[in-house]
Ligand binder design. Structure first.
Ligand code: HEM
Length: 316
């Protein structure tokens, strides 16, 4: 077959993958916004894998950090595209949406079922197996992610992403080797399915990196890049929340949750339990004690993590 623009990009398949289920003129927008999210999720997952692998490899050096940094910059750029696409979806008004929502959302179809979104969260460092949310009546419901997926392939992909190191695990591993004087413990087990717990040693090491920027510039840059990622992820969640608010108000979601209340809880969660906790704690220290911020780690330990509101990390 001749290689053409269309054949190389699989355009025939791509452009015929928008199957409308109603006669609404607004359904195409809805499908395309979701599809482009899934495409960008795919690339972001790939880039995160590349960044993680370059830092996890035996004998990783500064050059590998630079590669990781570049990959993560690409993820940041993707996140900014995704945040801005909410402006396009926000042009959908409630009376337009209602004409196709019941049809396309029947059987519980919802972004809630996006496997790639869960994988992206795992790669970024949020690890959980089930989600607890409130039903519209106020009752709590627990959804096991592995039971709720629809194919074995999806289940395997999800399982592999859960067990694999996230980007923060990889950065900390590199940090442990580069800054051995802080005594950062090696994860060792090779199974990264549990939610990362913050540590005083990592906090002290980040404090050192931020106070001595020229001492470990590659780690300083990686630290700031991780902050970019988490900051953008927070913004995506809030942009989703804001769009949902203007399109369906406080009505329940098609995925069965209370809707806005659930999404608000999830959006706030990253402030209560950040993905990269020590990096945020170092920022608090820098601001409150800019000249000599406290690196003793005093008061730093398991007593400080906040409550987990919607995600359950350690069942099953
Ligand atoms: C008019 C457009 C949208 C509305 C009204 C909407 C509404 C909702 C609601 C109410 C939920 C909570 C779960 C549920 O009960 O269904 C949810 C979850 C979710 N939605 Fe949307 N959504 C919209 C667009 C999108 C788009 C474009 C994406 C992109 C992939 C998306 C991705 C997600 C994801 C990943 C979740 C799960 C969030 C989590 O559990 O943390 N949504 N959505």
């Amino acid at each position: 077959m001749t290689n053409t623009y269309a054949s190389y990009l699989g355009l025939e398949r791509l452009l015929s993958a928008q199957t409308l289920q109603t006669s609404s003129d607004d359904e195409l927008l809805f499908i395309i916004i979701h599809q482009q999210h899934e495409l960008w999720f795919k690339l972001a997952i790939h880039e995160l894998d590349c960044a993680t692998n370059s830092l996890m490899k035996e004998g990783a050096q500064e050059a590998d950090c630079i590669i990781a940094f570049k990959r993560l910059s690409r993820v940041s750029a993707i996140q900014h595209i995704l945040i801005s696409t909410w402006d396009v979806l926000a042009t959908l008004t409630p009376d337009e949406f209602i004409l196709f929502r019941e049809t396309v959302g029947r059987d519980g179809a919802s972004g809630f079922q996006s496997v790639q979104y869960r994988m992206l969260e795992f790669k970024l460092g949020l690890k959980y197996r089930s989600i607890v949310f409130e039903l519209p009546g106020g009752e709590a419901k627990t959804v096991d992610l592995f039971e709720s997926v629809h194919t074995e392939t999806e289940r395997q992909a999800l399982r592999a992403a859960l067990a694999a190191p996230g980007i923060y695990d990889a950065v900390i591993r590199y940090m442990a080797k580069t800054l051995p004087m802080f005594g950062i413990e090696d994860h060792g087990s090779g199974d990264y399915s549990s939610q990362y717990q913050k540590s005083a040693a990592v906090f002290r090491a980040w404090g050192h990196v931020y106070r001595n920027r020229m001492g470990a510039p590659e780690l300083y840059q990686l630290g700031e890049k991780l902050i970019d990622l988490e900051d953008a992820f927070r913004k995506w969640r809030f942009a989703h929340l804001a769009t949902v608010s203007r399109v369906i108000g406080s009505n329940p979601g098609t995925g069965g949750s209370s809707g806005l209340r659930y999404l608000r809880q999830v959006a706030n969660q990253l402030f209560e339990n950040p993905m990269y906790p020590e990096l945020w704690d170092v920022r608090s220290e820098m601001f409150s004690r800019p000249k000599e911020f406290d690196l003793t780690g005093a008061g730093y330990g398991p007593e400080r993590p906040g409550p987990r509101t919607a995600r359950v990390a350690d069942s099953g």
